[in-house]
Design a protein around this ligand. Sequence first.
Ligand SMILES: [Fe+2]
Ligand SMILES: [Fe+2]
Length: 161
Amino acid sequence: MNKKTAELLNAQVNKELYSAYLYLGISKFFSRQNLPGFASWYKVQAEEEQEHAMKIYDYLLDEGEDVELSEIAAVKFIPKDALEAVKEADRHEHYITAEIEKIMDAAVKAKDYRTQLFLNWFITEQAEEEKNSGDMCAKVEILGNSAKDLWHLDRELSSRK
Ligand SMILES: [Fe+2]
Ligand SMILES: [Fe+2]
């Protein structure tokens, strides 16, 4: 694999693990707000991000590349309310989309067709992630910020497995 593409994929393993960590922070915030449905939804989201990291990890190893397990950054984000929490998740997903697209650019430039095929899954996934995070922002914007405002939505979110 081309060096630049391998480096970017390697960095993405870390970014996906950081995403899991960020979502765990958001889940913790909602737990403390007495919104267990939101807390559980973001905890499932954190698990999904770990799966994304493992997908890239496995791909690198399958391709005969090394994987550097670098430090995962601390979560500095402390939401002041529910809307800020869901907006941060949405902002983060847009950032991740841009990062995936950078790796795709490198793979295209290197004529690395296999990695392009591998990344197609992530391109599709990011469209879904942005849709979900955007919908969540819209709902919280409409309903309001308090545990009372979000009560019904919280019950609904608890069904995500
Ligand atoms: Fe992800
Ligand atoms: Fe994501």
